[in-house]
Design a protein around this ligand. Structure first.
Ligand code: NAD
Length: 357
């Protein structure tokens, strides 16, 4: 059965995944179900009011709020959060927010092994993976460890309605990138292929509906199912050119995470379409178009996504260095990674020109 029609998705048996409007109100039941007594509620400073609202409804089950989650999980903030957890007497965490907040919960679990409940409010999909990216002195490293995989995921579409439309689009394209690259992962399998297609299909259908009516709870829930499928597939198989390029651009030029993913995606997929057009055929089937890169570029344009790196403040003079950095270390990728090829890709992405394939 499709995971899109299931009330509970159980791709990995130990993880409890639920979808329903208003599900945040059942957080207390989930805390008790885990055998826990008190939780520390996590959020970014921007969503502190949402976290405090949740803590209030949890009453005695709440041990307080730590609202300092930050993009790319800086280790000093995680250390403060572990201290706050221990001082509060909490025996689990509830992360309410996007990938940054989920990342903080994972970093706490890595050290303390407390159970995590995640209530996602973006489509980043981090809640569905045992992966944690952290930064120390501005350098980002990524680890995979079963301790960081959240135990419970509560997808409440009502919470995503507050995600601004522009972020909805870039966050959705960020999720689509996980599934698109999964289609040609060297360690892909029948399950990852099926999941990737479901994720792509969910976003191809739900994002236009969400754009037309951001408060459409049915479309928002459908998009969250897509986020889960795309996140789960990210946790199952290895990523390639697209994720490496975004990592380089984000880390070395401080470009915003989701916008960078949105812009690079059609170009990275177009680059690899030269080598594995048959593996990328689902992208054309699902999004419509002639080639995989063009299909995603046209979809992004229809969704009014950012299309040009220059609009994110990257200087044209930086493209040579970006190409050097992105081709320094070899990694598995369907098409050969050449310095010239990547420089040409970056030029098109900088200008906002459509990809060739
Ligand atoms: P984010 O969590 O940084 O959120 C961006 C901003 O939007 C924050 O200020 C947040 O508070 C706000 N926000 C979130 N949801 C909102 C809502 N519904 N309404 C209003 N405001 C809202 O952004 P993100 O794109 O979700 O996550 C990015 C981070 O996640 C990056 O650090 C990335 O590396 C990480 N990530 C990790 C994985 C993994 O598997 N480890 C996967 C994907 C992303």
């Amino acid at each position: 059965m499709s995971i899109m029609t299931a009330d509970h998705a159980t791709i990995t048996p130990d993880i409890r995944v639920r979808f329903a409007p208003g599900l945040r109100h059942e957080t207390g039941d989930e805390i008790r179900r885990l055998g826990c007594r008190r939780t520390l509620v996590l959020s970014t400073p921007q969503q502190a009011d949402v976290a405090h609202g949740l803590a209030e409804t949890l009453g005695a089950l709440s041990a307080g709020v730590f609202a300092r989650a930050t993009m790319h999980t800086p280790v000093d903030i995680s250390a403060d959060a572990v201290d706050a957890l221990r001082a509060s007497g909490a025996d689990c965490v509830v992360a309410i927010g996007g990938g940054s907040t989920t990342g903080l919960g994972k970093a706490i679990a890595l050290v303390t092994d407390v159970p995590q409940i995640v209530i996602p409010t973006t489509y980043a999909g981090s809640e569905a993976t045992p992966i944690l990216g952290q930064t120390r002195d501005g350098v980002k490293t990524t680890l995979t460890d079963p301790r960081v995989q959240p135990e419970v995921i509560l997808y409440d579409p009502e919470l995503v309605t507050s995600l601004p439309v522009a972020m909805t689009v870039t966050s959705g394209l960020n999720a689509i990138a996980h599934a698109a690259e999964a289609l040609y992962a060297t360690n892909r399998n029948a399950a990852s292929d099926a999941l990737a297609r479901e994720g792509l299909d969910a976003f191809a259908r739900s994002l236009p509906a969400v754009l037309r009516a951001p408060d459409d709870i049915v479309a928002r829930e459908h998009s969250l199912r897509g986020a889960y499928a795309c996140g789960a597939v990210l946790g199952m198989v290895g990523m390639a050119l697209h994720h490496k390029l975004c990592h380089t651009l984000g880390g070395s030029f401080d470009l915003p995470h989701a916008d960078t993913h949105a812009i690079i995606l059609p170009h990275a997929i177009g680059y690899n379409a030269t080598a594995v057009p048959e593996l990328l055929a689902p992208v054309v089937d699902i999004f419509g178009g002639v080639t995989p890169g063009r299909a995603l570029f046209d979809f992004a344009r229809r969704m009014h996504a950012p299309l040009a790196l220059r609009d994110l403040g990257l200087a044209e003079a930086d493209l040579d260095r970006a190409a050097d950095l992105a081709t320094r270390k070899p990694y598995p990728n369907p098409a050969d990674i050449t310095r010239d090829g990547i420089r040409t890709l970056l030029q098109a992405a900088w200008e906002g020109a459509p990809p060739q394939r």
